[in-house]
Write a protein that binds this ligand. Structure first.
Ligand SMILES: *Cc1c(COP(=O)(O)O)cnc(C)c1O
Length: 364
C-alpha cells in the first residue's frame, strides 16, 4: 500500500509531493546568478530554523560529513564527548578518526546528560571542545542543550580555557527550538532528511566567530569538508563544489512551506505528536515499558517505544509494514526490544492517529 502519511521512519522522513515536484526543474549553472539567487533565498528560512543571524553553510553530503567538519575545525587537541546513544557515539568516533583525543562522558541509553556532571568533567581540565547530540535519534532523548551550554560557559570561566560547543542538531533543527546565537553554539549542524523533511543529500551548519578563529589556526582540515572553506563560500553566497542543485530546488520549496505553517506551530505540532505517542504507549498492550526516555527529556521528533518479551522490534515493523506503514526497529542494542516512530517533518496528528490505531491491531 502506498499513499501519504504512512512513512514514519526517523529519517529519511516523508517528503511532500510539492517538494518532490520542485526537483523536476531543469539544471542551472552552479557558478551563475541563478544559483546565487537560489542560495540567497534559502538563507532567511535556514537562519530562522537555526536561530542565528550568521550565514548558514550548506554542503552536498549527509550530516555525518558536517559532524566531521565540526571536529576538523573545532577540536584542537582533546574533546569531551557526551554519549547517550548511537549518534553521539559516532561523534566520539569521528574525533578519534580525525586524530584528536577524546574522553567519553556516558549515560545510559534513553537518559540525558546532567549539566552539573558535564561542568564537573570539564573543570578537571584538558578539554578544548565538547561534542553533544541535541536529539539522540537512537533513543528518543532530548538533551537539555541550553543548560549544558551554560555549564560549558561556567567551566570556561573556571578553567580560563576556551571550550567549543559542537552540536549535532540533526533531529532537532527544524523540529524543535534551536537558538545557535543565544545558546552560544560554536558549530551546530543538521542533514536534509530528518526534521526538515527533505530528501537526503544536503547538510547545513552554522559556525561561530570563535569556531572560525580556531579552525583557521588548525592544520589538516582537509578540503571537501574544510569548515573554513565552507563558511567562506556561504558568506559570499556560493558553494565550494558542484552542489546537488535539484535538492536546492526542494529546499526552496520546503522552506516556503515551513514558513507558511509557522516555525512555532511546526514545533508545537511535533511536541503534540510526541505527547500523543507517549500517552498511547502508556496504555497499549505489549508496550509495558512505555517510552524509553523519561518524561521531560523526550525528543519531540522521535519516540522509542519499548516492547514486552512476547514481540520483537523487527516483528512489529514487519506487521506494520504488511498494513502499509513504515517504522523502524530499535537502534543498535535496542533493536529487538523496541521500535521507533519518527513523527517529524510534515506528519500530522491525523496520520499519527491512524498509525497508532494500526499498532493497536498489530500488538493485540
Ligand atoms: C541521522 C543522524 C545522523 C547521521 O546523518 P546522515 O545524514 O546519515 O549522515 C547524525 N546524527 C543524528 C542525531 C541523526 O539522527
Amino acid at each position: 500500500m502506498s499513499g501519504r502519511g504512512r512513512f514514519f521512519l526517523p529519517g529519511p522522513t516523508e517528503v511532500h509531493p510539492d517538494v518532490l515536484a520542485a526537483m523536476a526543474r531543469p539544471m542551472i549553472g552552479h557558478r551563475g546568478p541563478e544559483m546565487e539567487t537560489l542560495l540567497g533565498r534559502a538563507q532567511p528560512g535556514l537562519r530562522r530554523l537555526f536561530g542565528t543571524d550568521r550565514p548558514v553553510v550548506t554542503a552536498t553530503g549527509s550530516a555525518t560529513g558536517m559532524m566531521e567538519a565540526a571536529v576538523r575545525g573545532g577540536v584542537a587537541r582533546r574533546a569531551l564527548c557526551l554519549v547517550n546513544g548511537a549518534f553521539s557515539q559516532r561523534f566520539a568516533e569521528i574525533v578519534t578518526g580525525c586524530g584528536r583525543e577524546m574522553e567519553v562522558c556516558r549515560v545510559e541509553e534513553g537518559a540525558v546528560h546532567d549539566p552539573a556532571e558535564v561542568e564537573r568533567r570539564l573543570r578537571s581540565g584538558g578539554f578544548d571542545a565538547l561534542t553533544v547530540v541535541h536529539s539522540e535519534t537512537s533513543t528518543g532523548a532530548l538533551n537539555p542543550l541550553p543548560d549544558i551550554c551554560r555549564a560549558v560557559g561556567d567551566a570556561e570561566r573556571a578553567t580560563g580555557k576556551e571550550i567549543l560547543r559542537l552540536v549535532d542538531g540533526v533531529t532537532s533543527v527544524g523540529g524543535a527550538p534551536v537558538r545557535a546565537d543565544d545558546w552560544g553554539l560554536d558549530f551546530v549542524l543538521t542533514g536534509s532528511q530528518k526534521a526538515m523533511a527533505l530528501p537526503p543529500g544536503l547538510s547545513f551548519a552554522v559556525a561561530s566567530e570563535r569556531f572560525l578563529a580556531r579552525a583557521e589556526g588548525l592544520e589538516g582540515r582537509g578540503y571537501y569538508l574544510d569548515p573554513v572553506r565552507l563558511v567562506r563560500a556561504a558568506e559570499s553566497g556560493r558553494t565550494t563544489t558542484t552542489p546537488a542543485i535539484s535538492l536546492f530546488y526542494a529546499l526552496e520549496a520546503q522552506l516556503e512551506r515551513i514558513l507558511r505553517e509557522g516555525v512555532e506551530a511546526r514545533f508545537a505540532r511535533h511536541r503534540a505528536m510526541a505527547d500523543r505517542t507517549a500517552r498511547w504507549a502508556a496504555s497499549a498492550s505489549s508496550t509495558g515499558g512505555g517510552i524509553l526516555a523519561a518524561e521531560g527529556s523526550r525528543s519531540p521528533t522521535v519516540s522509542v517505544v519499548m516492547l514486552d518479551e512476547g514481540i520483537t522490534g523487527p516483528e512489529v515493523v514487519r506487521r506494520a509494514g504488511a498494513r502499509g506503514f513504515t517504522l523502524a526497529p530499535g537502534y543498535g542494542n535496542l533493536k529487538e526490544n523496541a521500535f521507533r516512530i519518527g513523527h517529524m517533518g510534515d506528519h500530522t496528528m491525523e496520520e499519527l492517529d491512524a498509525l497508532l490505531d494500526t499498532l493497536d491491531e498489530v500488538l493485540r
